[in-house]
Ligand binder design. Structure first.
Ligand code: NAP
Length: 343
């Protein structure tokens, strides 16, 4: 490491609640033989990060103090003696399910999630096992790359890894948050037709600029599933990313075609649902649970971001010292992502 100092600034969560997140001075960690030390350039926030701070996301698993935030991008400045995947100076991104490399997930993947229970990236430096990082797409800055690990990979894993999305197919996306805007950009780049629902006509226009073909205002048109059926000549969409959750899952089944895929991702409107099984049975809907994705899919996605020149949509970049304001912004919702620049 060029910098000889042994101390760094890190935000640490000492107890649940945003008021218990403080900017502390701590030791810079030393990489073990299979680990890399990263000078963090930027992190991005997800719903999960706020839920962890609020104590409503697996609270019994949260160590104290915790350096939070899973999604980070930066530069390798130190490597352990056994590291072969990376060298000093490589630009890398963290991988949330840090031990899930490919194939079927192991039952204990959540035990190895970056940002909780493992330390996260809201610090000047962070440690990752070398298997838990991927190279940054060459076309992206650290601020842009920090948005990929959860929101982008979740969309890619749903649409492409599970959904095998093809040009000409139709995708329904709900709202204009991080997951849905990446879903829009990926689907549009792959030549799919995008129908996007939103509460705001203004956000709908911004989504059109990014490539959305049809916009449905779900406040003005509560039966948006019927509108999707109309827009697809009664066939229904090929795929839908369900980020809202709750009872709306029934609408999502209605909005998709026979044997279409509903990727169950979010739970903003509730973690349980009364699903009409007869609709699922007669339509033979594929209801696919999604937990972000594995590293192989992350690496494939990064190549696609370079190939199609996809630029993450960032609503605001906060400074390291303004981390609390960034969390408060996240709570209000954003068009795309919220980023904290660190160095
Ligand atoms: N399973 C996984 O692997 C995984 C990964 C990532 C995220 N998630 C979950 O997915 C959900 C979304 O995450 P995110 O990061 O995209 O959230 P976000 O950035 O906070 O997006 C929230 C957006 O959802 C839209 N929305 C809210 N209620 C809606 C409704 N009834 N119908 C349609 N849209 C609605 C709103 O868009 P408008 O303002 O345009 O109306 C809102 O801005 C969260 O529950 C999160 O925990 C799960």
């Amino acid at each position: 490491m060029a910098n000889k100092t042994t101390k760094m600034k890190a935000w640490q969560l000492h107890a649940f609640g945003l008021e218990n997140l403080s900017l502390d001075t701590v030791e810079i960690p030393t990489p073990k033989p299979n680990e890399i030390l990263i000078k963090v350039g930027a992190v991005s926030l997800n719903f999960r990060d706020k839920a962890i701070v609020d104590g409503i996301y697996e609270p019994e698993m949260v160590p104290k103090p915790l350096i939070p935030v899973s999604d980070a991008a930066g530069t390798v400045v130190g490597i352990g003696s056994d590291v072969t995947r990376f060298k000093i100076g490589d630009r890398v991104i963290s991988h949330l399910y840090s031990h899930w490399i490919e194939g079927t997930p192991a039952p204990n993947e959540p035990d190895f999630c970056v940002g909780m229970p493992l330390p996260g990236g809201l610090a000047e430096y962070m440690i990752l096992e070398e298997e838990s990082a991927v190279l940054t797409p060459s076309t992206l800055t650290d601020e842009e790359a920090s948005t990929l690990p959860i929101a982008a990979l979740t969309s890619w894993f749903s649409l492409v890894t599970y959904g095998n999305l093809k040009a000409g197919e139709t995708v329904v996306l709900q709202g204009t948050g991080g997951v849905s805007i990446f879903g829009l950009q990926i689907a549009h780049a792959l030549g799919a037709r995008v129908i996007l629902t939103t509460s705001s006509d203004e956000k709908g226009e911004k989504a059109r600029v990014l490539g959305a073909d049809e916009i449905i205002n779900y406040v003005k048109t509560p039966d948006w599933a019927k509108e999707v059926q109309r827009l697809t000549n009664g066939k229904g969409a090929d795929q839908l990313l369900e980020v809202v959750g709750g009872e709306g899952l029934n609408d999502s089944v209605q909005a998709t075609k026979v044997a279409g895929q509903v990727a169950v991702i979010g739970f903003m409107a509730g973690q349980t649902t009364n699903l009409d099984l007869m609709s699922v049975i007669f339509k033979q809907t594929k209801v696919q649970g999604i937990a972000v994705g594995h590293r192989k899919a992350f690496e494939e996605m990064n190549k696609a971001f370079d190939k199609y020149n996809i630029k993450p949509v960032i609503e605001k970049v906060y400074s390291f010292e303004q981390a609390i304001d960034a969390y408060k912004h996240l709570a209000k919702g954003a068009f795309g992502k919220i980023v904290i620049k660190i160095s």
